[in-house]
Design a protein around this ligand. Structure first.
Ligand SMILES: *[C@@H]1O[C@H](CO)[C@@H](O)[C@H](O)[C@H]1NC(C)=O
Ligand SMILES: *[C@@H]1O[C@H](CO)[C@@H](O)[C@H](O)[C@H]1NC(C)=O
Length: 456
């Protein structure tokens, strides 16, 4: 028998659950044939009635102080931890009552902290040249000295994560309820937790999930397919060998594009103007310098693709590195944009191509992408993916589509329909921020589901 209080709680839970389900059901992809964005007002209403994310007020050493650090080299793409903190502080999804919350955000500005940390030992004007306090035998400016500081940055960033978690666990009662399963942090660096929290034991992380851009299911720089099933050896996130599932948990983590400040007005429709460039390869390959551009940077594919282009360029194609501005302008004039892997399988180039109306050509293998699994973005309709081992077929595959105007048009149409989902700007209806909230509501829903089944 239920006491009156329990009935009220159950009724509340049921309401909450239903509201979340409603939001969660909205898919943005082809798979449901729904067009959720056709009716803005209903989406806005659903999002705005739901307050479910509590944002911890962390000591300033984790946020404000870090935001004031100014690394000489630091790409804004790593600052989405700050962008999301700011967003959730004023989002209608925020609740100021932790007892009403379904999810808890722990804001720590890890992206900035990490780059600042290793650059403390670099040369002014040349942040990649690490010259100070090199260990004996490691020459100033050498790859070895750079690597030392890079590892210090990893170690110290891990420490910052550890301190943040200790603070939350010691100062607030909420973590313990679900061993952190309803808590999240933003790990805004290339390999997410595997860069920023690599020293943490699994037990310290609990069941906390992550917002991150790293969706690689295999974790390897080696061109051959690694075994998916591996013996679990270490109770930590250290990577260096293929170690599936450690850096990205597809059932829990929320994938987002790295940050870029394109507005809705910066979107170029695939049909906006003539596209005289058949295929664009705006990247280069630096031979391994021992630093972050290690031997297999770009899984070595960049090197292979450039060699392939030199030997046999597709008519109308262009290759070579240009400034980001020139690259964006060229993407708006190209039909296909080759998005070779960088430090990870995808790069922001992939999302910039989408926004510039250029069909991305990718070389993904077992790589999850933002908003695909739960919101149903149908990447297969507007991305040409080629298995890395088949890269030699690049020209043939692109030519095949060029020879079929109907197929090309279908891909461009599908691309056009999805472009706005990749705009980060605040208030972009159906943009990245709205999609993150919808993904979070799905996480909240599954957690609420678990809690209810425990109660009954
Ligand atoms: C943190 O950085 C300091 C240098 O400031 C270094 O001595 C220490 O080893 C680093 N800690 C870790 C865990 O890497
Ligand atoms: C984590 O794993 C690495 C290598 O796989 C091991 O060397 C290291 O000692 C482990 N760290 C901890 C804290 O267990």
């Amino acid at each position: 028998m239920q006491s009156p209080q329990v009935s009220v709680i159950l009724a509340l839970l049921a309401c909450t659950h239903a509201a979340v389900v409603e939001v969660g059901k909205q898919r943005i992809g082809r798979k449901t044939h729904e067009r959720p964005y056709a009716s803005t007002s209903s989406i806005q209403r659903q999002r705005h009635t739901k307050q479910f994310v509590y944002v911890y007020d962390m000591p300033r050493k984790f946020t404000t102080d870090v935001a004031e650090l100014s690394p000489e080299w630091h790409s804004k793409q790593y600052d989405y931890d700050q962008v999301l903190h700011e967003h959730f502080q004023s989002s209608p999804a925020r609740t100021e009552d932790p007892d009403q919350a379904q999810l808890f955000m722990i804001p720590v500005y890890l992206g900035r902290y990490y780059n600042w940390f290793w650059q403390q030992w670099s040369t002014t004007g040349s942040p990649w040249e690490i010259v100070k306090d090199c260990a004996p035998g490691h020459a100033p400016g050498s790859a070895e000295c750079w690597w030392e500081k890079w590892m210090w940055a990893k170690g110290n960033t891990s420490e910052l994560v550890r301190e943040a978690l200790q603070h939350v666990k010691a100062q607030h009662p909420h973590w313990a309820k679900h061993d952190g399963a309803d808590h999240f942090m933003v790990f805004s660096y290339d390999h997410a937790r595997c860069d920023l929290a690599k020293d943490l034991q699994l037990a310290e992380m609990g069941h906390m999930f992550s917002i991150q851009s790293y969706g690689d299911l295999t974790l390897t720089n080696v061109p051959e397919v690694p075994p998916i099933i591996q013996r679990w050896q270490e109770n930590n996130y250290t990577w260096g060998q293929p170690r599936a599932w450690a850096c990205f948990r597809p059932d829990a983590d929320v994938l987002v594009p790295m940050y870029y400040d394109f507005d809705a007005e910066d979107i170029t429709s695939p049909f906006a103007a003539k596209r005289p460039v058949s295929m664009l390869l705006r990247f280069e390959y630096k031979a391994g310098d021992g630093k972050n551009l290690v031997e297999h940077y770009g899984h070595r594919l960049r090197h292979e693709l450039i060699e392939l282009w030199r030997a046999d360029p597709l008519p109308g194609s262009k290759q070579g590195l240009r400034s980001p501005e020139e690259t964006d302008a060229d993407m708006a004039r190209a039909l296909f944009c080759v998005c070779a892997p960088g430090a990870t399988q995808d790069t922001t180039r992939f999302f910039r191509a989408i926004l510039k109306g250029c069909i991305p050509v990718t070389f993904f293998r077992a790589n999850d992408l933002p908003f695909a699994r739960h919101l149903g973005v149908p990447y297969e309709d507007f991305v040409l993916n080629i298995q890395p081992d088949d890269y030699m077929q690049l020209n043939a595959k692109v030519q095949h589509i060029l020879d079929s105007p109907k197929q090309l048009w279908h891909m461009q149409e599908a691309l056009q329909a999805q472009q706005r989902h990749f705009v980060w700007s605040e208030g972009a209806e159906g943009g990245v921020l709205a999609n993150i909230e919808r993904e979070l509501s799905i996480r909240a829903q599954s957690l609420t589901g678990v809690a209810q089944s425990v109660i009954t």
